[in-house]
Design a protein around this ligand. Structure first.
Ligand code: PLP
Ligand SMILES: N[C@@H](CCSC[C@H](N)C(=O)O)C(=O)O
Length: 454
């Protein structure tokens, strides 16, 4: 590979007067490594379409351009290498670790959907967080919440023990707690909202404003997995980096692992591309194609999922369970959530007061698969303390008040009456005393699924 950069020589996607305009990397595009040194350009420049022109339902399915045959579905460029036009390079792509046309197509599409200047796709949500945390240096501090996805907690713990990063976990539902933890060494604030699995809401605009005032150098990174870009755009609320697990709503079928990172700052985008190219965690061509296909149905899936989730949350609440779901008026941060988001999503959790009872409920359900993850077309049931959050040790779970009996429901697109019937039957079979086989009317005639206006 040619050492380009300051020499102005071509890397694998540099300017070529004879190339079509859209293939030319703009000279103004900053190219820096983690230390801010000049680098050759990456092969996936910012989305030419990052300014959205249509409503989200249209943008999700609409793509411009295509390959030389105008294929309606982007081809899977299943190639590790790309032939060059000269000994000094000359091709737009050279090697799939560095860039691949199918991946670029997806990244440009996602940048548009996420209202971002640039999106990058990697092999999982955790790979996305790993890439983001490579912006940190030993001695840096991170402020984050005390209710986080278990894998996020595990990665941060590892950075603390092996990377020299100091991680402060605070109750991030109170912005003042975050403020109090910020020091001159704070390099990143990492937020999740709604939190997984306790469905707490974090005030992104308030925390971003405070953090940028107190320490202008610190970056606000938001995990948007629980909402997806359909329901929440953290970049519009003051975040510097948004990332999400594409394994969930974006793909929607639990047939791939993926992670997405999006930013509005070109230099930051290049700093994030560097570890992706260096380590090789960019999303494969096939998974990029699959994710592209999944994204197109995000709106119809999410609307059905969240309308089902609302009915299920109301059903459980009507039977006396303490239900955590931002679509319920009883959620203590209902107003805050809806001031930021366009919907409540499709993940809820509830307590039964008895671990054994929770286990029996989970195991009695038939339509609800016992499985980790969420955002899939199928409905899932799990016990976070035993499953998705088992990597958080029991002492820490106790300190953070994670109820061991917590059941998490990740609602799919099935008929809501079937889901509620199955849940009611599981509750009765498990011996939940406050539930009878009464006739809860899940869907009233004329009910419409809640619309995710955007
Ligand atoms: C909120 C949240 N963020 C990130 C991740 C990581 O995503 P992935 O499983 O794709 O690595 C998950 C689940 O795994 C999650 O629930
Ligand atoms: N064994 C896995 C657990 C994955 S949990 C996936 C998802 N984020 C969820 O919340 O269900 C692990 O150790 O990471």
């Amino acid at each position: 590979m040619s050492a380009a950069g300051s020499s102005g020589q071509r890397h694998n996607n540099a300017g070529d007067a004879s190339a079509p305009a859209e293939n030319v990397v703009k000279k103004a595009f900053p190219r820096v490594d983690l230390d801010g040194h000049d680098l050759p350009p990456s092969p996936a420049p910012s989305s030419p379409h990052s300014g959205r022109r249509y409503a989200i339902a249209t943008e999700l399915v609409y793509t411009e351009g295509g390959d030389q045959y105008n294929a309606s579905s982007v081809p899977i460029y299943q190639s590790a290498t790309f032939k060059q036009t000269s000994g000094s390079g000359g091709g737009e792509y050279d090697y799939t670790r560095s860039g691949n046309p199918t991946r670029t197509h997806l990244e440009r599409h996602l940048a548009k959907i996420m209202s971002a200047q640039r999106a990058l796709v990697v092999s999982s949500g955790m790979a996305a967080l790993d890439v983001i945390t490579r912006l940190l240096r030993p001695g840096d501090e991170v402020v984050t919440g005390d209710d986080l996805y278990g894998g996020t907690n595990r990665l941060l713990k590892y950075l603390g023990s092996h990377g020299g990063i100091v991680v402060h976990h605070v109750d991030s539902t109170v912005a003042e707690n975050v403020e109090a933890a910020i020091t001159p060494k704070t390099a990143m604030i990492l937020l999740e909202t709604p939190t997984n699995p306790l469905i707490k809401i974090v005030d992104i605009p308030k925390i971003a404003a405070i953090a940028h005032r107190v320490n202008p150098n610190c970056l606000i990174a938001v995990d948007n997995t629980m909402m997806s870009p359909l329901l929440l755009n953290p970049l519009d609320l003051g975040a510097d980096i948004v990332y999400e697990s594409g394994t969930k709503y974006l793909s929607g079928h639990h047939d791939l692992m993926a992670g997405v990172i999006a930013v509005n700052d070109t230099a930051l985008g290049e700093r994030l591309y560097f570890p992706i190219n260096t380590s090789g965690c960019g999303l494969s061509p096939f998974d990029s194609w699959l994710l592209m296909r999944g994204v197109k149905t995000l709106k119809v899936r999410m609307e059905q999922q969240q309308s089902n989730a609302q009915l299920i949350a109301e059903f459980l609440e009507s039977h006396g369970f303490k239900v955590r779901y931002p679509g319920l008026r009883s959620h203590p941060q209902y107003d805050l959530h809806h001031s930021m988001a366009r919907g409540a999503g499709a993940v809820l959790s509830f307590e039964t007061g008895d671990i054994g009872l929770s286990e029996r409920i989970v195991e009695s359900a038939k339509l609800w698969a016992i499985s980790v993850s969420f955002g899939c077309v199928n409905s899932l049931i799990s016990m976070p303390c035993r499953m998705s959050h088992a990597s958080i040790d029991a002492k820490t779970r106790q300190e953070r008040a994670m109820p061991e009996d917590l059941i998490r429901l990740c609602v799919g697109i099935e008929d809501p009456n079937d889901l509620i019937d199955d849940l009611r039957r599981a509750l009765v079979q498990a011996g939940a005393v406050n539930v009878s086989l009464d006739n809860f009317q899940a869907v009233q005639p004329g009910d419409q699924p809640a619309a995710a206006a955007n």
